[in-house]
Design a protein around this ligand. Structure first.
Ligand code: UD1
Length: 361
């Protein structure tokens, strides 16, 4: 039998572990069903997220394989972080000699993985291609646009993402597959939520981590104060705090009714979101998870890449304006059915099908 076709997956930040878990499971299914076109995945962890609560525990929870290489880069200014990744990825890719490199989303690890591969002439596959905020000042926007430009295979989660790519002249290699995060959500719900200490009664679930919020003291103050007002209005707020936000807040007394906890695992976050009255977040993934779970979302940003959730009436863009956040949090859920957004929960199988076709022809 011919050797399996090898690809390298580059991950580094928490949401990428979630997405990669969906695809790794789909690779195992593919190999069981089509052993004559087997794929071999080698996982490389850049180390962008390194705490146990941001990385180790999530790897274990999601059943991800031990990385074949851990680059141990850690945090730092963008240039240094991305540059260090490029430098350390290159020999790893040369040694692995993969037929493709798979990257996810829009982090500095995505950019470094795509660029290191492209410079070596290795084809790049990008999961979550075509998302745009239209804000070039966002590090994530730069990362996405460059990764998409470098990619040979582009896996888009929505028709609007496909249209964004077409506007930039990118049509070859684009596949509308849906969102691999829905795959993970489906199995998380099906396997049952993990045991955890959820608050009694009604509550709002909040997460805040984006640089545009945490690195601007007035925006961060405004968000925190709005969370306090939501709690004072009778809806206690649970805030699993990302380390970036914890650092930005420094020594800080949360407002009454706002409970701060360390970052939680993925299953626990999903279970909390499912039980919450409303989700308040600047995360991309959580906007969709709230939608799929039928929970309203107030997005603490001025724009979103997940425009369909807003059009469907389940997501409100409140920015960081206190009054708008408080008002939006108090709105009732929209009536009527929720349209199916971002695929059918089998996006990872579609990714692997296309990847296999690419690598075996
Ligand atoms: C990154 C991504 C963002 C993604 C997010 C998910 C970029 C440019 N941004 O932001 O798109 O939504 O991950 O969480 O790649 N820190 C720790 N422990 C960790 C990781 C981070 O303490 O395990 C702290 C450090 O103080 C660090 C700060 O968090 O300086 C920010 O980490 P960074 O790697 O810049 O990325 P995120 O803010 O998490």
């Amino acid at each position: 039998m011919t050797a399996p076709r090898r690809f390298v997956t580059v991950v580094g930040a928490r949401p990428q572990f979630v997405k990669a878990a969906a695809v790794s499971r789909a690779v195992a299914r593919h190999n069981a069903g089509r052993p004559e076109q087997a794929l071999e995945e080698r996982l490389v962890h850049t180390g962008q997220h390194y705490d146990d609560e941001m990385s180790g525990a999530i790897f274990t929870e999601l059943g991800l394989a031990e990385p074949a290489a851990h680059l141990g880069i850690g945090s730092g200014p963008h240039g240094r972080q991305t540059g260090a990744m490029l430098e350390r990825l290159e020999p790893v890719l040369v040694d692995a000699a993969p037929a493709a490199v798979l990257v996810y989303g829009d982090t500095n690890s995505t950019l470094a993985g795509a660029l290191a591969a492209a410079k070596l002439g290795i084809p790049v596959a990008h999961v979550e291609a075509g998302l745009r905020s239209g804000r070039w000042e966002m590090a994530e926007e730069v990362n996405r646009v460059v990764a998409d430009r470098l990619a040979d295979l582009l896996f888009a989660p929505s028709a609007s993402a496909v249209a964004n790519l077409a506007r930039e002249g990118i049509v070859a290699g684009v596949h509308l597959v849906g969102d691999v995060m829905l795959d993970v959500l489906r199995w998380t719900v099906a396997e049952g939520p993990p045991a955890f200490g959820a608050p009694d009664g009604r509550f709002a679930l909040a997460t805040v981590h984006r640089a545009e919020t945490t690195d601007d003291p007035s925006r961060l103050r405004s968000v925190v104060s709005a969370l306090g007002r939501v709690a004072a209005g009778g809806l206690p707020v649970l805030l699993p705090l990302h380390p970036r936000t914890r650092a930005a807040l420094g020594a800080w007394d949360p407002p009454a009714g706002v409970t701060v906890v360390p970052p939680v695992g993925h299953g626990e976050l999903v279970a909390l979101a499912a039980r919450a009255d409303v989700v308040l977040t600047d995360s991309g993934g959580l906007q969709k998870e709230a939608y799929w779970l039928g929970v309203r979302c107030v997005t603490l940003r001025d724009e979103t890449e997940w425009i369909e959730t807003v059009a469907a009436g389940w997501n409100v863009l409140a920015g960081t304006d206190e009054d708008r956040i408080v008002l939006a949090a108090a709105q009732p859920a929209p009536a009527g059915p929720r349209p199916e957004l971002y695929g059918d929960g089998h996006a990872a199988d579609a990714v692997v099908r296309q990847l296999s076709a690419f690598l075996w022809t």
